[in-house]
Ligand binder design. Structure first.
Ligand code: URA
Length: 204
């Protein structure tokens, strides 16, 4: 069996046609960030700006995610960010379970390569495909689950926060839980050299 490398991962995503989503896209969006980050964020799928640039979370939701990270002192380039599906669903619809299932092989490969200690699941699609198919994000957000030494927490997707700013208060609580978990695992100060968090930056 060929050794799994980032080059192999990139070429497998580029060549993938396991579902119909790749028809009509401009770019595949594999994900990006620190290839050995202890902290990984997983969203749903690329939007229009991501499809244009081939980069995950660079549109309005991505800009909010960057501010949420900054609010707990984490520079975005120190984390790894990707999505359940690597191709933009038409009209930004939710990927079907079949599409998500077909793409999970790529997510498994990149999780294997990054080996994160902590994973934040952004929104229902990520939480349902990686944690619990029945999960209700409004009820179960902010709760930690440990699987094979990896800590996972679902929270609201940044797009949901843009649609409904009232959710930002809960999202801020979840970011504090994330910071606390990183501190507990000895990852916060050491790896990020983080400053004290500032709630203002999440509410803007
Ligand atoms: N929404 C997502 O789920 N992922 C992106 O990359 C952008 C928006």
């Amino acid at each position: 069996m060929a050794e799994i490398t980032w080059e192999l991962f990139q070429s497998q995503v580029e060549a993938c046609a396991q579902c119909g989503l790749c028809r009509g896209i401009r770019h595949k969006v594999p994900g990006q960030g620190d290839p050995h980050a202890p902290l990984m964020f997983i969203g749903e799928g690329p939007g229009q700006v991501e499809d244009e640039q081939g980069l995950a979370f660079v549109g309005p939701a991505g800009q909010l995610l960057t501010r949420m990270l900054a609010a707990i002192g984490l520079p975005r380039e120190r984390v790894y960010i990707c999505n359940v599906v690597k191709c933009r669903p038409p009209q930004n619809r939710v990927p079907t379970p079949e599409e998500a299932q077909a793409c999970l092989i790529h997510l498994r490969t990149q999780t294997y390569l990054v080996r994160p200690r902590v994973i934040v699941l952004l929104g229902s699609t990520a939480a349902r495909n990686l944690l619990d198919p029945e999960i209700r994000i409004t009820r179960q957000r902010g709760q930690w689950t440990e699987r094979k030494g990896v800590w996972m927490m679902p929270t609201y997707h940044p797009s949901a926060l843009l649609r409904d700013p009232e959710k930002k208060r809960d999202a801020w609580t979840d970011m504090q839980r994330l910071r606390d978990k990183l501190i507990e695992l000895g990852l916060y100060g050491d790896l990020y050299g983080a400053e004290a968090p500032d709630q203002k930056s999440i509410s803007t």
